[in-house]
Write a protein that binds this ligand. Structure first.
Ligand SMILES: [Zn+2]
Length: 182
């Protein structure tokens, strides 16, 4: 059975055939899916989709490129308080993205670091693992993560080198090797 730990089926590109696509997953061997959130404005939609499909679970979080609006961390905590009912199994995706943005205003690095740190704190408070987005920000990302003892994390779409992968393993993190290895 394939467990797809990171998919964004809330994307509007799936609007025309989402139900068909998802209902065909089990017979194609995909038995579980986690859909991370990327913004508090889009989180409700992620949870709606997860609530309607038995094998889909959700994560709740704010992507570093989305930025944290006033009240967002309270909204996130509210979701985490109801994690079991909402099928939320992780916080994310959250992290740091220092890759130069194209076509949108990327949040400042300091703001990204604060948002990431806050979301890890919430994850620990609610006993959930963290789905980490790290693009061109490896050192800062690891410094923030390792300041939180005992945090559980999956480094999604890992793009670091072998030494960083070893460091991740030492910290007990899962590492996802996806398109970036090519
Ligand atoms: Zn993602």
């Amino acid at each position: 059975m394939i467990f797809d730990a990171h998919a964004h089926y809330d994307d509007e590109r799936f609007d025309p055939d989402r139900d068909e696509l998802l209902s065909g997953m089990p017979e194609s061997g995909v038995g579980r899916i986690v859909m991370p959130g990327t913004s508090m404005d889009g989180q409700r939609r992620v949870l709606e989709i997860a609530s309607g499909v038995p094998f889909i679970y959700a994560a709740a979080g704010i992507h570093p490129n989305c930025g944290v609006n006033p009240g967002d961390l309270d909204r996130l905590e509210n979701y985490l308080q109801n994690a079991a009912r909402e099928k939320i199994v992780a916080v994310g995706e959250c992290g740091l993205d220092y890759y130069p943005a194209q076509g949108f205003a990327q949040p400042a690095r300091e703001a990204q670091r604060e948002a990431f740190d806050s979301q890890i704190s919430l994850a620990r408070r609610y006993g959930l693992p963290v789905i980490v987005h790290d693009r061109d920000a490896h050192r800062d990302c690891f410094d923030i993560l390792s300041a939180h003892r005992g945090v559980r994390a999956v480094l999604h779409c890992f793009s670091g080198d072998a030494e960083l992968a070893r460091e991740a393993a030492r910290l007990g993190f899962y590492v996802s090797f996806s398109g970036s290895v090519t």
